[in-house]
Write a protein that binds this ligand. Structure first.
Ligand SMILES: Cc1cc2nc3c(=O)[nH]c(=O)nc-3n(C[C@H](O)[C@H](O)[C@H](O)COP(=O)(O)OP(=O)(O)OC[C@H]3O[C@@H](n4cnc5c(N)ncnc54)[C@H](O)[C@@H]3O)c2cc1C
Length: 423
């Protein structure tokens, strides 16, 4: 039986068996994207039951076709998946990043990181989004401690002093001490809780797709800053490269109208000759780029994780990694509280989560914002300052090490799963 049929069969069995029976779960997670799924799996590893609701069509999540998105999984996130027992399956779809090369158009100066800067570990891994989503989705579905309600949604959340009563489709009710919003950048759960979100647009779109290059990528991830925006070329399996070209909206829309050959030539003219000639190996996709900062990551019996809590520019390939860190930090805070009998939805527990995550979220949001704004700029003065910055970073081992640790997701107080340890 294929995966989608198995899924539909279980959905029917669940809806008959579970109707009108309150679920015995500790946490309701809204959103079964990669971050919500990681939280559910982390809780399950410590024996904590959860329910997870998602409006998505499973056929879309499980479908095999490439959707243009690749994700750079940091070294830290790879440790999380190792600890959750998923790395073996994921590893057959990843290509390691062994070197990172950062440069800017029209100016000298670059930064080059290699395995010496990362204690011999790969600095990250490139995986197609479809494989990551599918593997996590299957894992939550196969876990007996996770109740999946897919193609379903939360109709209402009724806050009581000691719990929240959630009503799903067909009047199914759940009483839980805590709801977690993992429902992405436009999180309805966040909006309904009245949490303010500051959103902005970069007036850029990201053009993404896959290239065949004349010369092998040698596991180097390239970040080339152009006045119109950053262009990343990331190593994929089978000697292909994924490109993420963040570019002024109008110019980007024009590039989408070019023929494949014209587009590849334009891409090569912007990137340079290092990888030889380019040939498009997929269609092109585009995503609007903006950021979201949410000052309060918690409300009464509610915590935000992933893109529901923050959205950053993809320039450093860190948005999802930040979300994975939210998920495993929240899991640790909840499990620690549950083990000593503290109410996991209490303000004291949620405050601990917020305090722990604030620095990482604020730092990464500001650093990526600064990077994008200062590099997508034609000013000669700023160009020279950037050149000095790149040269300094390249020559100062301490600064280089801090940057490497940050890119690998290893800075700051690390939750246990991020150290590869069980909860
Ligand atoms: C071009 C581009 C490239 C990127 N590259 C990288 C990269 O290399 N590395 C990296 O770390 N990050 C990258 N990112 C960021 C990354 O894609 C996001 O941070 C990540 O997808 C967020 O995951 P999430 O689980 O929080 O949210 P989502 O992936 O948005 O998942 C949210 C889930 O919630 C569900 N949902 C929505 N509304 C409801 C509702 N009302 N009820 C129930 N369910 C609901 C949705 O169906 C979905 O399944 C990139 C982003 C872009 C745009």
């Amino acid at each position: 039986m294929n995966e989608i049929r198995v899924f539909k069969f279980f959905k029917i069995v669940y809806s008959f068996g579970m109707m009108n029976q309150p679920l015995d779960v500790s946490t309701l997670i809204v959103g079964a994207g990669p971050v919500g799924a990681t939280l559910a799996l982390a809780l399950a590893q410590a024996g904590v039951k959860s329910a997870i609701v998602d409006t998505c069509d499973p056929a879309q999540v499980l479908k095999k076709e490439f959707d243009g998105r690749t994700i750079a999984i940091s070294h830290g996130s790879h440790l999380i998946f190792k600890a959750l027992g998923l790395w073996e399956e994921l590893s057959s779809f990843v290509e390691p990043i062994k070197k990172i090369h950062i440069s800017q158009a029209n100016y000298l100066g670059y930064v080059h990181y290699d395995e010496k800067d990362s204690d011999g570990f790969a600095m990250g891994y490139i995986i197609e989004n479809r494989h990551l989503r599918r593997i996590l989705f299957k894992a939550i579905f196969n876990n007996p401690l996770i109740n999946c309600r897919i193609s379903n949604h939360v109709k209402s959340l009724d806050r009581q002093p000691f719990f929240i009563e959630a009503t799903l489709e067909q009047q199914e009710k759940l009483k839980v001490p805590l709801v977690v919003a993992a429902d992405g950048r436009n999180s309805i759960t966040r909006q309904q809780a009245g949490l303010k979100a500051h959103a902005w647009s970069y007036q850029q779109i990201a053009l993404v797709g896959v290239l065949k290059t004349e010369f092998p990528h040698e596991n180097i991830a390239f970040e080339h800053f152009l006045p119109s925006g950053p262009l990343a070329l990331l190593p994929m399996q089978n000697d292909l490269c994924s490109f993420v070209w963040s570019i002024d909206k109008q110019f980007g829309e024009h590039l989408l109208t070019l023929s494949e050959q014209e587009f590849s030539d334009q891409l090569r003219a912007s990137f340079g000759d290092y990888l030889g000639k380019f040939e498009l190996a997929s269609q092109r996709w585009s995503y609007p780029l903006g950021g979201i900062l949410v000052p309060q990551l918690i409300a009464e019996r509610l915590a935000l994780i992933g893109d529901a809590a923050h959205v950053i520019h993809p320039v450093a390939g860190q948005g999802l990694n930040l979300g994975f860190r939210d998920a495993v930090t929240l899991a640790e805070v909840l499990v620690d509280a549950a083990r000593v009998g503290i109410d996991i939805g209490s303000a004291q527990v949620l405050e601990r989560y917020q305090r722990w995550r604030r620095f990482d979220v604020l730092t990464l949001t500001s650093v990526t914002d600064l990077l994008v704004r200062s590099f997508s700029n034609d000013s000669k003065l700023i160009g020279n300052l950037r050149m000095i910055g790149l040269r300094l970073t390249h020559r100062l081992p301490v600064l280089k090490r801090v940057m490497t640790q940050h890119a690998m997701g290893l800075l700051g107080e690390k939750p246990r799963l991020l150290q590869g340890l069980p909860l």
